[in-house]
Design a protein around this ligand. Structure first.
Ligand code: SF4
Length: 388
């Protein structure tokens, strides 16, 4: 297992202007929340983290939520300054922040840009106002165009948007239109997620009452295949199950997760992975604030066994369409090979045409990756590695 200090940093801002109907993320309505106290608690956590596990150099930062862009410009400035105070960023570091259209005016974007953020990930979800309303988003399509124009005007070029498919009432044709409008923006990166109905959401409640008209699963598959086809035809590399990029614009931060490498995780409900341990922070805002005054605000910390780390390596690594390589496996697990653990599973998945070998058929495999047939069946493939 990799035991060096993490070179990636995730920070969670758990506030949103509203709660989307499908969302089970750790997020709370910002109105009336003690945002300044939360930032003070975050600073405490940064200070304690830097003392316990001193960062050497940070190559990627990702600020997620929630909606980090609900911070006011002064709060944003304060927040970005503290990140740099405790975490030495590499000059070329990728610094991403999630942003919601409608929460990013010019003034805030300038503060973000000047504070070091150099990549934006906009939660757009759809270019259909009716669908946006139906899933509880507060923005409309005009807000999307305005936010992206604002971002570009202050200097952001590395911009990604999220789109969703499998939404209630969505058709393949409607999705096709959204994709056309998304591609007209000529952004370097797109993330495309299928709706999952999670417990404790309004959508789950409606689903239980049979009041959520989800597309048929054949249509959902057709949507995913359409997305792949449209994005590839427009020159984007399908580099991860849900992500497409122009060359050189792959998310470096998320690639850390997919390579099963360590990362700092700070903020309410954040997960982190370092020195063979995974932790989850306390989720509630007030309990997090109180705990951070006294100690690292952990909800739980677990030692990752080697068997778990090996499973994780395969399950997250195969999400990358370039696949997993024996050389990387050997670097994390004392020179061993993937086949030492998974000979039988690999054989089965190869025979089913869901995986293919990377490298020459006649010599030892360099690694393994999903086949075109395996991509839409990814979850089945990843699950097969849980058998150790
Ligand atoms: S904006 Fe994002 S985090 Fe906030 S409620 Fe909607 S989906 Fe959840």
């Amino acid at each position: 297992m990799l035991m060096h200090a993490p070179q990636a940093l995730y920070i969670h801002i758990p506030f949103c202007t509203n709660k989307c109907y499908y969302c089970d993320f750790n997020s709370y309505l910002v109105k009336g929340q003690p945002v300044d106290q939360y930032l003070a608690a975050l600073e405490k956590e940064m200070e304690q983290t830097a003392a316990v596990l001193p960062p050497e150099v940070i190559h990627t930062v990702f600020v997620g939520g929630g909606t980090p862009t609900v911070l006011t410009p002064p709060q944003m400035e304060r927040f970005l300054a503290m990140v740099k105070r405790y975490f030495p960023l590499d000059e070329q570091a990728e610094f991403s922040m999630e942003a919601n259209p409608g929460t990013t005016d010019l003034e805030k974007l300038k503060v973000m840009y000047e504070g070091g953020v150099n990549r934006l990930s906009f939660g757009v979800q759809s270019f259909d106002n009716g669908l946006l309303e139906r899933i509880g988003r507060i923005h409309n399509v005009d807000d999307v165009y305005q936010s992206i124009a604002n971002a570009r005007s202050v200097g952001f070029h590395n911009i990604s948007i999220d789109l969703m498919f499998g939404l209630p009432g969505q058709t393949v044709e409607k999705l096709d239109e959204s994709v056309s409008r998304a591609l007209e923006l000529a952004l370097p990166h797109y993330s495309l997620y299928g709706l999952k109905v999670e417990e404790n959401t309004l959508f789950h409640h409606l689903y239980e009452r049979n009041e959520l008209p989800l597309p048929h699963e054949d249509d959902e598959l057709a949507m995913y295949m359409l997305l792949i086809e449209r994005l590839k035809a427009a020159g984007y590399k399908h580099y991860e199950i849900s992500n497409f990029a122009k060359a050189g614009h792959e998310s470096r931060h998320n690639t850390v997760y997919w390579h099963n490498e360590p990362y700092y995780g700070l903020g309410a409900g954040a997960h982190g992975y370092a020195k063979g341990e995974r932790h989850i922070n306390i989720k509630g805002v007030q309990p997090y604030i109180e705990a951070a005054q006294l100690r690292l605000p952990r909800l739980e910390t677990n030692q990752v066994t080697e068997a778990e780390a090996i499973e994780d390596f395969m399950m997250v690594g195969l999400r990358m369409l370039d696949g997993v390589r024996n050389a990387d496996f050997a670097a994390q697990f004392d020179g061993r090979q993937i086949e030492d653990y998974f000979a039988e599973v690999l054989q089965k998945l190869l025979a089913e045409g869901l995986l293919e070998r990377i490298g020459d058929e006649r010599s030892a495999a360099v690694g393994y990756k999903l086949t075109a047939r395996g991509v839409p069946l990814g979850n089945e493939v990843f699950g097969a590695f849980l058998t150790v």
